[in-house]
Design a protein around this ligand. Structure first.
Ligand code: ATP
Ligand code: MG
Length: 474
């Protein structure tokens, strides 16, 4: 490694507690901060390397071989700055344990691409995946048809998680009866993962199923691991308050695998404050733009055109691996320029085979109370301005509990029928209502009806989202 300067530093016992990368770079007289890599070693040693350019800038594309489980249950998702492979564990054959993992990072940091790699790995390794893509299916669109279950709305996610918890409980009982203390892959049950991308949407304050979502995820973390039912979440939020606010969730994440992609400073403070990232403040920051020189421009200097383009996507720390403070990066997953449809590179990774496993029967996990609420919607008293008579096919939770009923239908009922589980904006709702075959509705009527429904606890309107979201009674 010529052209690389290396310094071995003595640090205080227990390592550096608070790390100031800028100060170090100034001391070394290096303008491009991303060329300097700091790594706290074990004990009192740290290494500083000064590269000609950031060593993680030329990642290769991920290959299908990287994503096949090795005999210790790891896949390779990228590499550390010094070329050592970056591994991610999906299974522990020694203990039979499934994993629980969380991928954190600010928006655009590369969470969903990493999730996509994990999804491919699961498919090609025969691991059954039940996926919630809470950005209406837009985070990992190529997963459509490549996983056993795919849901894109919050209520369906709850049903999916209920199904996973039920499966974990079933296995616990069945294995106990077999006299078996742990999980043996594919004998008779496959390894299963619940994966929730944009988990913050399910768990943030004001989310309609926050409490149950947090409960189900932590229950999976608690009971699923030893029976081959794992859980992986990707979230933008840092704070536990934004992740259901539960202590037990913290316990689950502390014992699970944690991958941290580029963060914002506020997010880091929260993660450290919550104890999710024990030594966060000793981590060298991941810059948004790698290779940018931080200095004042003189009057005759102009910035290059791409000086502000984000180019550090996929850079991360694998905080629970053997090298928690070594900067690493995922391989390139998929096309680097936007595609007009599904990304062909990603589809190619998934391959043409059908995904392993069977879809969770979501309607089976709707409670009686929720079913009743659906039925009540169809027989509810007419809301303001509602006198139209139409027969509405009423689909709830992806075709579950279909109850087509004849009779007078109020504007309130029509609104509830038109709303998908993840909500709709008022303009879209107007369009849907005026296409449902009923009487033409006016915007004023719709708005007053929504406000009545909100007072009755039947819909929510989270601030800033512009959405009207149905709340199942319960
Ligand atoms: N591993 C990767 N390989 C190639 N491109 C990547 C990778 N990770 C991220 N990118 C690029 O960065 C963009 C954002 O990545 P991604 O969608 O994974 O971020 P995210 O963290 O899920 O963001 P959000 O919070 O907005 O969902 C991608 O569209 C892609 O262009
Ligand atoms: Mg995403």
């Amino acid at each position: 490694m010529k052209d690389v300067r290396e310094y071995v530093l003595k640090t205080p016992a227990g390592g550096v507690k608070k790390y100031d990368h800028d100060a170090l770079c100034d001391y070394l007289e290096v303008d491009d901060r991303s060329r300097v890599i700091f790594e706290q070693g074990v004990g009192r040693e740290a290494i500083v390397r000064v590269y000609p350019a950031n060593p993680l800038m030329n990642m290769r594309s991920i290959r299908i071989e990287d994503l096949l489980l090795d005999d210790r249950g790891f896949i390779t998702i990228g590499s550390y700055y010094d070329g050592v492979p970056l591994k991610f564990r999906l299974f522990d054959p020694r203990t039979g344990n499934a994993q629980r993992a969380a991928v954190f990072g600010t928006t655009g940091a590369g969470k969903s691409r990493l999730v996509q790699a994990i999804l491919v790995a699961c498919k090609v390794s025969g691991i059954v995946v039940h996926l919630a893509d809470l950005k209406s299916g837009q985070s990992v669109p190529e997963a459509n048809g490549q996983v056993a279950t795919r849901v894109t709305a919050q209520f369906e996610t709850i049903l999916m998680l209920r199904g996973l918890v039920a499966e974990a409980h079933r296995r616990m009982k069945a294995y106990a009866e077999m006299g078996r203390s742990g999980f043996v892959k594919n004998d008779p049950d496959p390894l299963v993962y619940g994966i929730v991308d944009e988990a913050n949407r399910l768990l943030e304050k004001g989310a309609p199923f926050r409490e149950e979502g947090a409960y189900l995820i932590k229950e999976l973390g608690r009971t699923g691991r030893s029976v081959g039912v794992g859980i992986i979440i990707a979230a933008q939020a840092g704070h536990l308050e934004e992740l259901g606010g539960s202590d037990t969730l913290r316990a689950m994440l502390k014992e699970g695998e944690v991958v941290l992609l580029r963060w914002s400073s506020g997010m880091m403070q929260q993660l450290v404050g919550d104890g999710l990232v024990p030594r966060g403040e000793a981590l060298q920051p991941i810059p948004k733009v790698v290779g940018r020189v931080q200095r004042v421009r003189r009057y005759n200097e102009v910035a290059t055109e791409d000086a502000d383009d984000v180019n550090s996507q996929g850079m991360l720390y694998h905080l629970t691996a053997a090298r928690p403070t070594s900067m690493a990066r995922t391989f390139i997953v998929g096309s680097v320029t936007p595609c007009t449809g599904y990304d062909p590179v990603i589809l190619d990774l998934y391959g043409p085979a059908a995904p392993p496993g069977e879809q969770i029967n979501l309607p089976a996990y709707i409670t009686d109370k929720e079913l009743e609420a659906v039925a009540n919607r169809d027989t509810a008293a007419a809301g303001p301005g509602g006198t139209a008579t139409t027969t509405l096919p009423h689909a709830e939770a992806g075709g579950a509990a279909t109850a087509a009923q004849a009779g007078p239908v109020s504007t309130a009922q029509r609104i509830l029928a038109a709303l998908p589980a993840d909500g709709m904006t008022v303009p879209d709702l107007m369009t849907a209502l005026n296409a449902d075959g009923g009487r033409e509705v006016r915007r004023g009527t719709v708005l007053t009806t929504i406000s009545t429904l909100r007072n009755d606890g039947k819909v929510a309107r989270p601030d800033g989202s512009g959405l009207v979201i149905p709340i199942p009674a319960g």
